[in-house]
Design a protein around this ligand. Structure first.
Ligand code: NAP
Length: 260
């Protein structure tokens, strides 16, 4: 299947690590140009050096996306460097475990970390997305649907991303801009590794327990499997798909464990 993505330009937030890195790499292999908007300079330079040392297809802009000024710069620099924007993958974020007990300030910071930049980037990119009839993919989480028990800010942000997916799909219908969400559940990434290692006395046992509850194949979803769905949604092969929530999780959310 030809995805027709050659020479198209995409922005991938957090696009040099974990799920974002797999999305960037897949787009690169399809011949697309990618602006990686993230905050870790060294890791990002190394990542680009490995894949595209000439920097003809990959470029980065480093800064914290919590600042809406930074989001505006991401859009301006992408247009200045590559000339257009055919799509945005809102991916940067982390489960920061802000609980009901942590209070209003921590809750607001969590929304800053996980939610506001999803809106800000799309807001500033709007004229370019309308011109290109672009595609937006919001990386959300299973937590948006299931909750987790100790992460109010993250759960609120991830659910709000689903609300925005439906809202923007409706708002941008007439412009031919499609908007979809991808919901991972368990994907081994640098962030996930850190969470396991820092949160549990026996990380290996915890990992085995989690994996044993994933219905399809008793394994985690790979970052590549999330990337494949995301890149399909960016492409015109999904031209009649908008406002959808794609749950790529080996049946974790919907094939209830009581079935087995
Ligand atoms: P990851 O390995 O930490 O990669 C995320 C990247 O985003 C990192 O490079 C991080 O920067 C960057 N980033 C985070 N906040 C940023 C900010 N404010 N400004 C600029 N860059 C920022 O995470 P991941 O596991 O691939 O997660 C990617 C997305 O998938 C997140 O939205 C996450 O909620 C979602 N998700 C993941 C899983 C999973 O199992 N892994 C499950 C459900 C949902 P640093 O390099 O500085 O850390």
């Amino acid at each position: 299947m030809n995805l027709h993505l050659k020479d198209k330009t995409f922005i991938v937030t957090g696009g040099s690590k974990g799920i974002g890195a797999a999305i960037t790499q897949t787009l690169f292999e399809e011949g697309s140009k990618v602006m990686i908007a993230t905050r870790s300079r060294e890791a990002t330079e190394q990542f680009i050096d490995q894949i595209d040392p000439s920097r003809s297809q990959l470029h980065s802009i480093i800064g914290d996306l919590k600042s809406s000024d930074q989001c505006r710069k991401v859009i301006e620099e992408t247009v200045a460097y590559f000339g257009s924007i055919d799509g945005i993958v809102n991916n940067a974020g982390m489960n920061d475990g802000v609980t009901l007990e942590d209070g209003p300030e921590a809750f607001r910071k969590s929304l800053e970390l996980n939610l506001y930049h999803y809106y800000d980037l799309v807001h500033y990119a709007l004229p370019y997305l309308k011109t290109s009839k672009g595609s937006i993919v919001n990386i959300s989480s299973k937590v948006a649907l299931t909750g987790q028990g100790a992460t109010s800010g993250y759960a609120a942000a991830k659910s709000a991303q689903l609300g925005l997916t439906r809202e923007w799909a409706a708002a941008l219908l007439e412009d031919g801009v499609r908007v979809n969400a991808v919901l991972p559940a368990e994907v081994m990434t640098p962030l996930y590794r850190k969470w396991l290692d820092n949160s549990f006395e026996n990380p290996a046992a915890k990992e085995a327990e989690i994996v044993s509850k994933i219905p399809l194949g008793k394994r985690m979803t790979s970052a590549q499997e999330i990337a494949s769905m995301t890149v399909f949604l960016l492409s015109d092969q999904s031209a009649h798909t908008t406002g959808q929530f794609m749950i790529v999780d080996g049946g974790y959310v919907h094939l209830d464990r009581s079935l087995t």
